[in-house]
Design a binder for this molecule. Structure first.
Ligand code: NAD
Length: 476
């Protein structure tokens, strides 16, 4: 497997060097430099904007059937290239190869799903109120999109944005995270090879704040889609307000998981291990506060801890590793801060709680118990391999605890009671809810947060609608 050095993609040309500033891309498993990332200049960004405008005029005129065929072909190419894309993701992000393969499979599924939906981007005809009238609801692609994707799921988060925009008939300038440009490059290459014309897709990298400020200030950009922290999301919303630009914001989460007394707590404890520590816990939907009914707390914790202690942490290229490194040094510092704060407030570190010796950004899978509600880890998104396990006694108390934060992305609950499951689906304040499972983002389902976890939806029919204007027409 070889690694391809990242290049900007502007107006149909791959560009690098030529006096541009660069920043190093690090392998998080070793801390060593993999490559240098070229930064787009202001002139590059202006050329990308002009290109996206041209690309939009081209792509919007292609029929839905035509766009569908291109997306279907792109999905096949992504599947064919799984090994090389997975290698790139593991090198840049650190996750084990198998997890990278699963992520790419989910992107190929997204392309396949939207290949179907591209054909169905239709409006509707309404019954007229008078003779000779035709009342129509027309759907039109919104225009050039500026998309910003993060480093934790570099293929999936980029793919969701690209595919919604392309299916609707929009062009897109995409800025992947500076740590993980490779998956975005591979997806764009698959789209080009599948027949997406020049100018429809542009890739830019650089200091994130400069790029977003430049692109969002332009009236060429009709829509912004961002995945990242709530703090940055708010900054971008302020910038977008100047031109009233439409937005989709997929932001942070702090997902509660509720385990009720009528379940097999031991079995759930075992399955939670993989889900919690996938991608080293750097996922906006990972369970980060586990509330367990006091009567099944001991068996749950015993089985969960047993599994966590067996996790093998190592370089993601090592096929025996269950968990890779964190993405960067910032995440290590954040974990150290959360653990020190929780300890100071009386929490018990049941396992982990420290950085792992050696090169790279490795942190031990960490389980905290007896964590008081005012500990920072119970209030701010941990975004790493740390989870708190807490007891609860009543339904009312656990719902209040689960809903008490300003986050509202994912929530999970395990119960065999149909009545309780129905109540939970109504009472949990989260954009996606898993009841008796963790699978909350299939391609067909809308994905997005409530409260400060975001605004707008990706995936499903809603993820197509997000890239379209809706116009009402009364023709007589
Ligand atoms: P960060 O907020 O600095 O960066 C997160 C992402 O946002 C990166 O991809 C970065 O390139 C981008 N970004 C940052 N500032 C930007 C700007 N002004 N304009 C456009 N893009 C910008 O944080 P970080 O240290 O890289 O990551 C840690 C935090 O980010 C976590 O605590 C988590 O809340 C959040 N995060 C969330 C997701 C998610 O899936 N929702 C993914 C990655 C990171």
């Amino acid at each position: 497997m070889s690694y391809q050095n990242p290049e900007l993609f502007i107006a149909g040309r791959w560009l690098t060097g030529e006096g541009r500033e660069t920043s190093p891309i690090l392998n998080p498993a070793t801390g060593s430099v993999i490559a240098d990332l070229p930064h787009a200049t202001a002139a590059d960004l202006d050329r990308a904007l002009e290109s996206a405008q041209r690309g939009f005029q081209l792509w919007r005129q292609r029929s839905g059937v035509d766009r569908s065929r291109v997306l279907q072909r792109a999905s096949e190419l992504i599947r064919e290239r799984v090994e090389s894309i997975a290698y790139t993701i593991t090198l840049e992000n650190g996750k084990p190869l198998n997890q990278a393969r699963v992520e790419i499979g989910s992107v190929a599924d997204l392309f396949e799903y939207y290949a179907g939906e591209a054909r169905r981007a239709y409006g509707r005809i309404l019954p007229p109120r008078g003779a000779g009238q035709r009342l129509m609801v027309l759907k039109q692609p919104i225009g050039p999109v500026a998309a910003f994707s993060p480093w934790n799921f570099p293929a999936q988060t980029t793919g969701r944005k690209l595919v919604g925009a392309l299916a609707a008939g929009c062009s897109c300038i995409i800025k992947p995270a500076e740590e993980t440009p490779g998956a975005c490059i591979a997806l764009v290459q698959a789209c080009i090879d599948a027949g997406v014309p020049d100018d429809v897709l542009n890739i830019v990298f650089g200091a994130p704040a400069n790029i977003s400020a430049h692109l969002i200030a332009s009236t060429t950009i009709a829509k912004i889609s961002f995945t990242g922290s709530t703090a940055v999301g708010k900054q971008l919303m302020r910038l977008a307000a100047a031109n009233m630009t439409r937005m989709t914001m997929e932001l942070g989460g702090h997902s509660p998981m509720l385990v009720f007394e009528d379940t097999d707590a031991r079995a759930i404890g075992a399955t939670t291990v993989e889900r919690k520590f996938r991608n080293a816990g750097q996922s906006c939907t990972t369970p980060s506060r586990i509330y367990v009914h006091t009567s099944v707390y001991e068996p749950f914790l015993d089985s969960f801890l047993g599994g966590v202690k067996q996790l093998k942490v190592g370089n993601g290229l090592d096929t025996t590793a269950d968990m890779g490194p964190l993405a960067n040094e910032r995440r290590i510092l954040a974990m150290e801060h959360f653990v020190a704060d929780a300890r100071r407030r009386g929490a018990v570190v049941a396992t982990g709680g420290h950085r792992l010796e050696g090169k790279g950004f490795f942190y031990a899978p960490t389980v905290l118990t007896d964590v008081p509600p005012d500990a920072e880890v119970m209030n701010l998104e941990p975004f790493g391999p740390i989870v708190s396990v807490v007891r609860f006694e009543t339904y009312e108390a656990v719902i209040t605890a689960a809903n008490r934060l300003r986050y509202g992305l994912a929530a999970y609950a395990f119960t065999h009671s149909l009545k309780r499951a129905t109540a939970l689906s109504e009472d949990l304040q989260a954009g996606v809810v898993g009841i008796n499972n963790f699978n909350v983002n299939p391609p067909e389902g809308p994905f997005g947060g409530l409260k400060e976890s975001g605004y707008g939806l990706e995936g499903g029919l809603e993820g197509l609608d997000a890239y379209m204007d809706t116009k009402f027409i009364n023709q007589s």
